[in-house]
Design a protein around this ligand. Sequence first.
Ligand SMILES: C[S@@+](CC[C@H](N)C(=O)[O-])C[C@H]1O[C@@H](n2cnc3c(N)ncnc32)[C@H](O)[C@@H]1O
Length: 225
Amino acid sequence: MRKKKNLIPRMDKCRHLLAEAPAEHKGSWRDLLRPGCQLRLELGCGKGRFTVASAEAEPGVLFIAVEKVADAMIIAMERAKEAGLENVRFIHGDVSLLPEIFAPGEVDLIYINFCDPWPSSRHIRRRLTSEGFLQSYRKVLRPGGSLRFKTDNRPLFEFSLSQLPKNGFALADVSYHLHEKGPAEIMTDYEAKFYEQGLPICRCSAVMEPMPPDPGRTELSSPGL
Ligand SMILES: C[S@@+](CC[C@H](N)C(=O)[O-])C[C@H]1O[C@@H](n2cnc3c(N)ncnc32)[C@H](O)[C@@H]1O
C-alpha cells in the first residue's frame, strides 16, 4: 500500500476513534459504549468498509478493529468519523497482542475477513487461522463466543476448516459460495472487488467450546501405562 500523505495530521483528526494505549482498557472496553453491550473484534480491518457498515447496522454493539498498517487504517478511521460512529474504536497493532489487550472472556465475537493467505508451508504460523492464533483467540473469547471467517482463498479455507475443530471451535455454518444468489451480508473492501469479478467467497462460523481431549495425552495418562 502506498504511503499516505499527511498521515499524522489526518490521524489527529480521528484521534477520538483511536485506542492509543489499548491495554489500559483491558477488562473495561465496554465502558466506551455501554455496560453489558456486545463486544466484537475485527482482525485486519484494512480500509474499514466492513467495520463501518457493521457498526452503522448495529449501533448497540461495540466494534474494535485491529490493523497493523496505519496507511490502511487511516482510511477506515476517516470513514468511521464521516459516518459519525460512536461504537467503533481502532487499535493500531498486531493481532498477536490480543491477550495483552483484552481480558479473558471479554470478547463475544471475532471477525477475520480476507486475511493474508501465507501460502508457503514455511509461513503457516502467520496465518490468522493457524493454531497459535486460534489458541490466543480462546484466551479472550467468552465460552460460547464465536469466530466468523471469510476468504476467497480455497486452500486457506480448507486449512482453516481443519484447524478450527482441533482447537475447540465447532463449525456452525460453512459456505463455499456465500453470495451465490446475490449479496448475502455486509461485504469488506476486498470482498466487494471479488464479488464484482464473480469469484466465490467462502465463509464459516465457529463456536468456541471446551478444548477437545488430546488423544496423545489420554494414552499416556491411562492406568497401567
Ligand atoms: C488482505 S487485507 C484484507 C483487509 C480487509 N479485511 C478486507 O477484507 O478488505 C488483510 C489486512 O490484514 C492486515 N493484517 C494482516 N496481518 C495482521 C496482523 N497480524 N495484525 C494486524 N493486522 C494484520 C493487513 O495489514 C491488511 O490490511
